[in-house]
Write a protein that binds this ligand. Sequence first.
Ligand code: UD1
Ligand code: UDP
Length: 363
Amino acid sequence: MKILTILGARPQFIKAGSISREIKKNKNIKEVIVHTGQHYDANMSDIFFEEMQIPRPDYFLGIGGRSHGAMTGQMIEKIEEVVLKENPDLILVYGDTNSTLAGAIVASKLHIKLVHIEAGLRSFNMKMPEEVNRILTDRVSDILFCPTDTAVKNLKKEGFDNFNCKIIKSGDVMQDGAIFYKNLSKKPDIEIKDGFILCTIHRAENTDDELRLRDIFGALKEISKKREIILPLHPRTKKILDTLDIDVTNITIIEPVGYLEMVWLIDNCSLVMTDSGGLQKEAYFFKKPCITLRDETEWVELVENRFNILAGADKTKILDIFASLENLFCKDYSKNLYGDGYASKKIIQELIKDGSDNRAVSK
Ligand code: UD1
Ligand code: UDP
């Protein structure tokens, strides 16, 4: 079986780390990796392939740093060329980026079976580019691997039972990665104070709205008087901060880090503050409270169980939550919200089974 995997952005490299490791165990599967180039800085891309031993991409399309339309359109054109040349049995896409959508459109136009990992997630905010990407990708997918029961329910509510597709609850592949890389984690080469807070900000709804960004950094400034805040800065946010007069002097801003250092930071911090999707879950995997700097989340089970509190970009709310950390969060992590750490194995087994079922039908 030949699988053509489309990757492009940092969270996809991290998810692919677990799936590619599982693929390598099966000598009957050949994986061809296409990197769209959506993320291209060495510390947003190469470092993950090196540290996580993800196979080097077979194709690098070099399409990053453009508007949504230009980026997605150029990706569709280039991915189509590769797919026509490689003629894979399956196309595999992850998550909700523009690279995901481009891969999904090519698969659907060329009638190649499309597999979506992290299917069924919804924020119900159609202004988020990611929400549009996920809904469109899910709709044209043939096999949808859902990380949670909520994701399965979302698809059923949207009528997916009536479509010609398979919906499978697999658990979360990021949990597999967190377990595997924990023992390989390494401390970043900087001085770090005990009890530090780990913070990341990159979501368009925050970076592209000056008032929200000012409110978030206003809150971080107050909090940084009490605890060190380490903020590995996403290039999108760096670009915007460079144009605004926002005081970040008390915050320890560092370059984006590789996954091994990131895992160390998550494992050793006292609190996560983020607008990232993946980091909300990782906070839970490493038993850390998380203040989410968004108005809604796809990972609703974290909020329902009080592992995560949504603060939006409201400075007062962020500071109020910080002031009451001890009382607001659940400390019992015995619930297994994202599966057993074998999601990647389950996904690959299901794909092998699907391949042999199809061969049996066509005989
Ligand atoms: C993308 C995804 C988002 C995901 C995030 C993960 C979409 C619509 N968004 O957002 O869902 O959470 O990746 O990090 O696909 N840039 C660089 N160097 C890089 C990468 C980006 O300088 O290596 C800068 C470029 O100026 C680019 C900007 O960051 O224009 C935004 O990058 P882009 O890939 O468009 O979106 P992200 O905000 O990274
Ligand atoms: N991450 C990383 N280095 C960093 C910041 C984040 O390795 O400097 C990891 C993080 O731990 C998570 C993934 O990148 O696994 C999340 O990516 P991001 O926040 O960019 O995207 P999202 O999950 O919001 O789509």
